[in-house]
Design a protein around this ligand. Structure first.
Ligand SMILES: Nc1nc2c(c(=O)[nH]1)N[C@H]1C(S)=C(S)[C@@H](COP(=O)(O)OP(=O)(O)OC[C@H]3O[C@@H](n4cnc5c(=O)[nH]c(N)nc54)[C@H](O)[C@@H]3O)O[C@H]1N2
Ligand SMILES: Nc1nc2c(c(=O)[nH]1)N[C@H]1C(S)=C(S)[C@@H](COP(=O)(O)OP(=O)(O)OC[C@H]3O[C@@H](n4cnc5c(=O)[nH]c(N)nc54)[C@H](O)[C@@H]3O)O[C@H]1N2
Ligand code: SF4
Ligand SMILES: [Mo]
Length: 851
């Protein structure tokens, strides 16, 4: 596929745009200075007609954070249009951004506090309007009475994936101050955890998208960029038009696969095996970047086979041992002093102070490497032996690189084919591509959506480390989005510290069923849910409804829409839509803090989250700790050295609308091979594998040992060797639809016209075997639940799999819902949801049930 062919009679798409200047086409297809001018003209013209235009920041978590013009006439939003980013390459809008009017004035909006009618079932949809004061009074009284009767942990707060700067962090402060249990939601954690533990990357750090043009190849691993990153697809397309080749690794022939130069179909859940096979080839072809490995990775470090730890200089040098003992004693002393100082704030705060001082202590005790046959401190070596073998205190030690080389040997091309279904010739082609640097491995969330997902990114970063394909323009692994972390963290803990636990939502059904968490009693009676549609979006809906909703005495949901989660609540509080309040969008792929003006007065009696928290806090007697003014909170959150150094202040945000929070541009992850890990290197070998978040599962010694290096194990459920496969032979995968972000925009007429109801895509072979015809209703089911949707029979779907666009409300399915099919199982280290690690069967269905 070549970028120079074009449907416009030999003109490239770029020159076509330049010569015609068609505004509509231009707005939809590309960014550029002339387009920004067009947008600005549009706004000026509208202003003349008496319309007011405000700056909105669109902030579902699609990672875009597009700047929008919100056009207001007579106090009503009449239109949204694209507003310029400072860097015009980022000025985008999509059909969701264009249809906000229908979202703001959606008949499903919650306009008043609503109470479930006494005596009716949760979910039955019988509501009565209550006034704000009684709603807030009930919340505050219930919080106090449950805590008094059952303990501090009895009230829990759960959040979803939407972020607003003041909204999110004010809730954290509230959770701390009221000492509530925090329900964490593990939505994209496998890849991010692998990134943080091996490279200390921030969130999902990778090279910025404006750098994609510098890559010779883009390899999209389980990344549905045309639909899940609509705002970023143009970067890939423009790169392709300039000669970059795109390879797609995906079980499904997706839209991006259709536009790629090469598609590598892969068995679901097997990416790690493919990466290990690539690494084996690197070793075999002697393709390693030895300078990078020696200077920027733990490759040359000797590993003690008895302990699994790096051999340290203090083990072989008496002087270093004495120095370390001294440092340890000093650290103990400092930690005890910190504990003492914090003791007035209670036992937990004192313990945390102790741990944090000890944890932050850096010892001058280098791992050792072998150079010219002798042991030296890693930082002193210039050309360490990457494959040294050395006896230390009676143990023969290998380097981390040797251990890696050994561990990938079983992944021969034949074995890789058996596991991944990728034939040898395609593997070799992929190896050639990986070596033809720089390569941007654009990694979506597909391969991490299985129980073994943490290892795809652990292996991927290791693979890039082996050949030095990172830290410079064009070379990267990941998909890039980050959140601003330089805010005033004291704001979160300034009103008090929580001692109540963090319970992962995947474990919550079990906690509610057993009343235990980590072996101790844990009784939760009340759940306050904000910025989340957990009933529609969380795995194993039936377990959630039965164990969590069923065992909860009181559920409050704060949303602007009557979502599934709101429906299964006792009290629903109406929150403002984004354009009815000021806020900062603090994250995204553009690496900016984004200002959002208030465009219109809140509809009905809607209030901001900040106002709601203020009201509850007031009733609890802590109103002075929680301002009702969002700007005040933003201002306080920006009181930090980092914000000052970046020039991020409330006034500057108001004026500039957008300020970058990352200095380099384009951002290059781990530029020049600098990593913020304890060793300052890419730690593909982990000395101390840790669980990401404590749950009731604890890893065994064997699991810890095997976790040190990236390794392959089959997905927990969706794998042919699983016995369940006999009964449920189809792997059930979701895809992000361009019509919704998760369940947001679910009821917007303009989008429903394009995408009216839940569908499921199935390969003709699987359809025929089950008498399923295109367009008929089908029921997908397993032991956990079912979902009914319309069948789309399509060759693009891999035989043995189903693909459904996600994000419908339960109430929009004819029966059941997609997340009923999913499991709450999780990997003990990653603690991340296994969205696609799901088996099911499918059969025809009619209105009355199964045909
Ligand atoms: N329009 C829209 N955009 C969104 C969102 C949305 O809801 N709607 N959600 C946002 C969020 S929070 C997220 S996390 C991102 C997700 O971004 P993506 O991960 O890019 O989105 P998905 O559509 O889930 O695409 C996953 C892809 O992985 C493939 N896949 C499944 N299993 C495997 C496997 O084992 N190996 C490989 N290589 N591929 C596999 C699927 O076929 C699919 O094409 O999207 C964000 N953007
Ligand atoms: N089957 C399947 N399910 C999945 C996935 C999958 O791949 N397959 N992917 C998962 C992933 S990666 C993610 S990130 C999750 C997302 O899961 P959620 O974050 O629960 O999804 P949303 O539907 O975006 O829900 C956000 C809710 O917050 C509300 N909201 C928006 N802004 C505000 C605000 O400022 N204040 C308040 N109070 N409410 C607000 C919206 O109206 C919406 O109802 O979905 C997960 N679910
Ligand atoms: S939904 Fe995402 S891509 Fe679309 S306008 Fe909003 S931020 Fe941009
Ligand atoms: Mo996500």
């Amino acid at each position: 596929m070549s970028g120079t062919n074009s449907p416009q009679g030999g003109l490239t798409r770029r020159s076509f745009l330049k010569t015609t200047g068609v505004a509509a086409g231009a707005a939809a297809l590309a960014g550029g200075a002339n387009l920004t001018a067009l947008a600005a003209e549009d706004v000026a013209a509208q202003n003349a007609s008496g319309e007011q235009v405000f700056r909105g920041n669109c902030r579902p978590n699609c990672f875009g954070f597009c700047h929008l013009n919100v056009h207001v006439r007579d106090g009503k939003i009449v239109k949204t249009s694209r507003a310029p980013y400072n860097n015009p390459e980022y000025s985008r809008i999509c059909q969701r951004g264009l249809s906000h009017v229908q979202r703001v004035y959606d008949p499903d909006r919650v306009l008043y506090p609503m109470r479930r009618v006494e005596g009716t079932e949760r979910g039955a949809g019988e509501w009565e309007r209550v006034d704000w004061d009684s709603a807030i009074t009930e919340i505050a009284e219930k919080m106090q009475s449950y805590k008094a009767e059952f303990g501090q942990q009895a009230v829990a707060i759960a959040a979803g994936s939407n972020v607003g700067f003041a909204t999110t962090f004010n809730y954290t402060r509230f959770q701390y101050a009221t000492n509530c249990t925090y329900i964490s939601t593990p939505y994209d954690n496998a890849s991010m955890y692998a990134l943080s533990r091996t490279a200390a990357g921030s969130a999902w750090e990778a090279n910025e998208h404006t750098d994609l043009k510098n890559s010779k190849h883009i390899v999209a691993w389980g990344a549905n960029i045309t639909d899940a990153q609509v705002h970023s697809w143009h970067f890939l397309k423009e790169a392709q038009q300039n000669g970059t080749k795109i390879t797609v690794i995906d079980p499904t022939f997706t839209q991006i696969a259709n536009k790629a130069d090469l598609w590598i179909p892969i068995r679901p859940g097997s990416d790690t095996a493919l990466v290990l096979g690539i690494m084996r080839e690197f070793f075999k072809r002697d393709a390693l970047n030895e300078e990078f490995l020696a200077a920027h990775t733990v490759a040359p470090f000797l590993v003690n086979p008895e302990t699994g730890l790096f051999v340290r200089y203090s083990e072989i040098n008496a002087e270093a041992a004495a120095r370390k003992a001294e440092q340890e004693a000093a650290a103990q002393k400092a930690a005890l002093a910190a504990m003492e100082a914090a003791s007035s704030q209670g036992e937990v705060a004192a313990g945390m102070a102790y741990q944090s001082v000890l944890g932050a202590m850096a010892y001058d005790d280098q791992p050792v490497v072998v150079e010219n046959g002798a042991l030296v401190e890693a930082d002193k070596a210039t050309a360490p032996d990457l494959f040294a073998k050395y006896e230390v205190s009676g143990s023969v030690c290998d380097t981390a690189l040797t251990l890696l080389r050994e561990s990938v040997q079983e992944f021969t091309p034949e074995r890789v084919r058996e596991l991944t279904d990728v034939p040898e010739d395609l593997l070799y082609q992929l190896v050639d591509i990986c070596l033809d640097q720089p390569v941007n491995h654009y990694v979506g969330y597909g391969s991490q959506a299985y129980s073994n997902g943490v290892h795809t990114t652990h292996a991927g970063l290791t693979m890039c480390g082996l050949i030095g394909n990172m830290g410079y323009p064009g070379a990267s692994w990941g998909s890039q989005w980050q959140m601003y972390g330089g805010f005033n963290a004291m704001y979160l803990i300034g009103a008090g510290m929580a001692t109540s636990p963090t319970v992962n939502s995947l474990a919550l059904p079990e906690v509610m069923r057993t009343g235990e968490f980590q072996g101790s009693p844990c009784s939760i009676k009340m759940l306050y849910i904000h910025t989340s549609n957990i009933v529609a979006c969380h795995p194993d809906t039936n377990a959630w409804l039965r164990d969590v909703v069923g065992n909860m005495e009181f559920i409050v949901t704060v949303d602007s829409m009557m979502t599934d989660t709101a429906r299964y609540s006792d009290l629903v509080l109406p929150v403002t839509h984004w354009f009815e309040q000021v806020e900062v969008g603090p994250a995204g792929q553009t690496l900016c803090m984004n200002w959002n003006e208030k465009s219109i007065e809140p509809l009905g009696e809607a209030k901001t989250d900040v106002e709601i928290v203020h009201l509850i806090a007031e009733k609890l007697g802590m109103g002075d700790l929680f301002s009702a003014d969002t700007e005040e909170i933003i201002d306080e959150l920006l009181q930090s050295e980092t914000s000052a150094s970046l020039g991020i202040t409330l006034d500057a945000l108001k004026e500039k609308k957008e300020i970058r929070f990352v200095a380099d541009e384009p951002h290059i992850a781990f530029r020049d091979g600098v990593f913020a890990t304890p060793t300052g290197r890419l730690e593909f070998y982990l000395e101390n594998p840790q669980v990401r978040e404590a749950t009731s599962k604890v890893p065994t010694k064997e699991e810890i040992d095997r976790e040190r290096l990236p390794h392959w194990f089959p997905p927990a459920e969706a794998w042919p060797e699983n016995e369940l496969y006999q009964k449920y032979p189809l792997v059930c995968m979701s895809e992000r639809p361009r019509f919704r972000v998760h369940s947001q925009w679910y009821n917007v007429p303009a989008l429903r016209e394009l995408d009216p109801e839940p569908i499921v895509k199935i390969n003709p072979v699987d359809a025929e075997a089950r008498d399923i015809e295109n367009g008929m209703y089908v029921e997908c089911y397993n032991d956990r639940g079912h979902a009914v949707a319309r069948a789309v029979v399509s060759d693009a779907v891999r035989p043995g799999t189903l693909v459904y666009p996600k994000g419908w409300q339960r109430s929009q399915h004819k029966a059941g819902s997609w997340c009923e099919l999913l499991s709450c199982d999780y990997d003990v280290f990653a603690v991340s949801a296994n969205w696609m690690d799901t088996l099911c069967e499918i059969r025809p269905w009619d209105e009355g049930g199964v045909l």
